[in-house]
Design a binder for this molecule. Sequence first.
Ligand SMILES: Nc1ncnc2c1ncn2[C@@H]1O[C@H](COP(=O)(O)OP(=O)(O)OP(=O)(O)O)[C@@H](O)[C@H]1O
Ligand SMILES: [Mg+2]
Length: 504
Amino acid sequence: MTYKVEMKNITKIFGSLVANDQVTLQVKPGEIHALLGENGAGKSTLMSILFGLYQAEEGEILIEGKPVSIQNPNDANRLGIGMVHQHFKLVDTFSVLDNIILGAEETKNGIIQYDHAIEKLNHLISTYKLNVDINAYVKNITVGQQQRVEILKMLYRDANILIFDEPTAVLTPQEIHELMNIMRGFAKEGKTIIVITHKLNEIKAVADVCTVLRRGKKIGTVDVDKTSIEELAEMMVGREVSFLVEKEDIKRGEPIFTVDKLNVGGRGKHSVKDVSFEVHRGEILGIAGIDGNGQTEMVHAITGLIPITSGSVKIQGSDITHSSIRKKYERGMSHIPEDRQKHGVIMDFDLQSNLILQNFYQKRFQKHSFLKFDVIKKHADLIIDRFDIRSERGPKTILRQMSGGNQQKAILGREISREHEMLIAVQPTRGLDVGAIEYIHKQLIDERIHQKAILLVSLELDEVMNLSDRILVMYEGEIVGEFDPKKTTMNELGLYMSGAKREK
Ligand SMILES: Nc1ncnc2c1ncn2[C@@H]1O[C@H](COP(=O)(O)OP(=O)(O)OP(=O)(O)O)[C@@H](O)[C@H]1O
Ligand SMILES: [Mg+2]
C-alpha cells in the first residue's frame, strides 16, 4: 500500500539538541493521524519539516510514494500540504479575505481579481460550515474565528494534507466539538489529517491512529480503538499518570484578597459588572465560565492591564485598586496570564532574564545598577530544575526557541517561586502534556497547603471542579452563582455558564 505521507528516519538537530531522532511517520490517505508527545518531544518540529519551515539533517519525505524535496512552505503548498500553526500566523490589520489570499493572489494586469477569490471562499465557507465574516479585520474576531481563517487559508490553496498543531488549545468546548466534526468531514472526503494534541479524549474521539514521540524519538504507532487513554499516557511519559487530583481538607484562613463591586467598561459581554468576592488563605477559588464572559477583562483589571471603572481591590488589607503593576507584585500578587506570549514573557530575551522580569531591580539581582548575572543564572537553574523546564541551552535559551509547553512551565515556575501571598492562575495548564498537568496541579495544591490564596480561572471545567474549594460562575460579566464542588455537578454548572439559570 502507498502512504499519502511518509517521513522516513527524520533527524533534526538544533545546536546540541536532537529534536527529532530517526523519526518515521507513515500516514494513510483519508486517515486522521494523531501525534502525541510530551512538551518538547519534537512534534511541532517534525510537522514544520513536513511544511518546509525547517530542513531535516537526515531522512526522506515521500508523498504518495514519491520522494519530494520541501525547501519552503511554497513547495509544501504545491504538494497539497497545509498547516494550522500552534500560534496563528495572521496579519492583525488585514481583513479576513486579504489574509486568506495573501501570497496566493490571482492578478490580471497587476490588479487583484477579488471576484473569483470571494466566490471560491464563499463556496468553501458554506461547504464546510466555517462561518466567518470575510470583510472583518482579523484583530476584531475571536480566536476561534481566527482558527477558521487559518483553515480556510489551507483549503483555499487546495490542500489535501492538513496539519493541525494543537488546534483545540485555545477553543471553547463548543468550538472543539465543531472542529472535530469539520475534521471528520475532511477525512470522509478523502483528505489526510495529522493533528497534534495533548488531550487524550480528543484523540479517542477523532483519530484513527496515533504516533507517540518521547524526547525526540518515536515510541510507536497504535490503533486508537485498541488503546486506552491510560496506555496512551503511559507511552507518552514513560510512567503511569494519575488523572485524579488528591487534595486533603485544609482549614482555610482569613480572607487576604478582596474584590468589591468591581466594574470594568467595555462592550456588552466584555464588561465586568459589580463583581465581588474574597479569596482566603489556603483556598483555591475557581472561576468557571464560557470564554468571553468577562473573565479576561476581570483579571486584566485586577492585575493592572486595563483600567478599573469603579470598585476596589485589596490585598492583605491594603488597597491596590489603582496601584502600579510593580506595587501590586510587591504587595504579594503573582499572576500566570492567559496569553503567555503577550503578557507573560519577552520572547527575544533568554530564559534567565524572563525569570526575573518583575524582580530585576531588587538588591539580590543587582549592585550599583549592574545585574549580577551569576546570581541570576543560579536563580534560573533552581527554577529550571524544580519545574523540569526543558530547553537546549538552559538559562541562556531564547524563549522563542523553547517549545510552547516549556514556555508555560517557565512562567509557572517564576510566579510560584516568587515571594507572594496570592496567585492568580489563568488557564495554567493550557498546552501542557498530561505529565506536566499532573505536576502543575500538585503545585497549585501545594500553594494551598502553604496558606496562599489562589484564584483559578479556567475554561476547563474538569480542572475547576477538581482543584477548587469553591466555584463562582461568571456569565456576561456577572457572578451568577456560587458552588461547593463536592455538592454540584458539571451539568448544574453548565446551566449557569450558559445563562439558563442564575442565583438571585
Ligand atoms: N528554532 C529552534 N531553535 C532551537 N531549539 C528549538 C527550536 N525549535 C524547537 N527547539 C527545541 O526542540 C525541542 C522540540 O520542540 P518542539 O517545539 O518540536 O516540541 P513540541 O513537541 O511541539 O512541544 P509542545 O507540546 O510544548 O509544543 C524543544 O526542546 C525546543 O526547545
Ligand atoms: Mg508544539
